[in-house]
Design a binder for this molecule. Sequence first.
Ligand code: HEM
Length: 197
Amino acid sequence: MNLEFLELDLNAETPLLAGRDSTGSTLSWLFYLIAKNPIAEDKIQEELDTQLEGKCNDIRAIELSKLHKIPVQPDTLPSGCQVDCNTTIILFFYTMGRMESVWGKDCLEFKLERWFDKRGGIKHQPSYKFPAFNAGPRSCLGKQMSFTQIKIMVARIVYRYHVELVEGHPVLPSMGGFDGVRGGPPHKAHDFEGHVI
Ligand code: HEM
């Protein structure tokens, strides 16, 4: 399957809009990871075979169930970084999803098993550990809807196609969100160990 039709351009000219681009870009990245991890693709395929018995073409709703933060008062983050009321804090979800201190030694592996408990059920991961939809009272209202849309698309595509990468097509994340923060990049950015980046 040719992935060129999937939008992988995540730069500043492509703002992520709730409800459309967010789900679209999630699917783009997901298929990129599936294409790089054929074992994961086999596992998804296997589950579709077992659970849906070939009904993937007729899924309507499968039986499945920019974040700018400003401190309210001066504070010290767990990294030791001092912040005052005017500090804009941006959480890098991409980085958080790949940190050893958050996900363990195999943090760079695309492992579906991370999300399953020993009996094969869904393993609860706290929103503060996986904040793609943010956490707390202002978290994403479309989270469940997005999961439903994403699962339907993955089930339909993985069931019928084998995904592979277009050779020589570079896939890189871009921190386009910076451009939207008060008209320019922040004065200081810190990684999770508190180093200025
Ligand atoms: C993969 C898809 C999606 C992702 C990753 C995502 C992520 C997020 C995040 C991180 C926030 C918090 C923004 C903030 O704190 O400033 C948010 C808020 C929101 N999202 Fe989503 N979203 C997705 C899809 C959707 C969909 C499909 C809808 C609607 C159908 C939606 C509606 C909203 C709304 C209304 C808010 C504002 C909630 C509030 O401020 O109380 N999102 N989303």
